[in-house]
Design a protein around this ligand. Structure first.
Ligand code: TQI
Ligand code: CA
Ligand code: ZN
Ligand code: ZN
Length: 165
């Protein structure tokens, strides 16, 4: 195809502002105090290549996005399924809900378990309006590729977010 055109299937839904806020409603038990920092790192990938900025606010503040770890049926009609299978899901803009399956073994900088940062980058892509891509080098490619210390966004991800914002 035309390599100047992102193969991301970009949806019509997007945020109508560049400065977005989010709250982390609970922490992952295994990653304790690292959850907030991992989420901030994951947002930084998108901020670095778009005009967007992301600021964490407290759970009592008004905000655009909510991040939460929840198991099984958690009240939105899309129950998680225990260890394995579905890892996380995010609603498209301007909903703002981003949920991680609390029953996964979330890890940071480890070859075992599921890397929270990479899954978060993928889910934030959805929460910003990106759909899946067929480009295997992109984080929006719908297969988990495992922990990679040199992880970065693909060209397709960058073109996708830049075509939206
Ligand atoms: N969760 C799916 C996902 O985020 C949820 C989903 C299925 C979905 N079909 C969709 C979301 C269509 C938007 C549009 O893709 S998941 C991966 C990856 C998942 C999968 O748990 O399967 C990642 C979450 F890419 F590795 F397969 C994160 Cl990174
Ligand atoms: Ca699961
Ligand atoms: Zn949910
Ligand atoms: Zn996805």
């Amino acid at each position: 195809g035309n390599s100047d055109f992102p193969s991301n299937f970009v949806t019509v839904s997007k945020w109508n502002k560049k400065r977005l806020t989010y709250a982390v409603l609970n922490q992952n038990k295994q990653l304790k105090g690292r959850t907030n920092s991992i989420m901030a790192q994951a947002f930084r990938y998108w901020a670095a290549v778009s005009g967007l900025s992301f600021r964490r606010v407290g759970r009592k503040s008004k905000r655009d996005m909510d991040i939460r770890f929840a198991p099984k049926d958690h009240g939105d009609g899309f129950p998680f399924d225990g260890p394995g299978g579905v890892l996380a899901h995010a609603f498209f803009p301007q909903d703002g809900r981003i949920h991680f399956d609390a029953d996964e073994r979330w890890t940071d900088k480890s070859n075992s378990g599921i890397n929270l940062k990479i899954v978060a980058v993928h889910e934030f892509g959805h929460a910003l309006g990106l759909d899946h891509t067929s480009d295997i080098r992109a984080v929006m490619y719908p297969f988990y590729q495992g922990y990679n210390p040199k992880f970065r966004l693909g060209t397709d991800d960058i073109k996708g977010i830049q075509s939206l914002y």
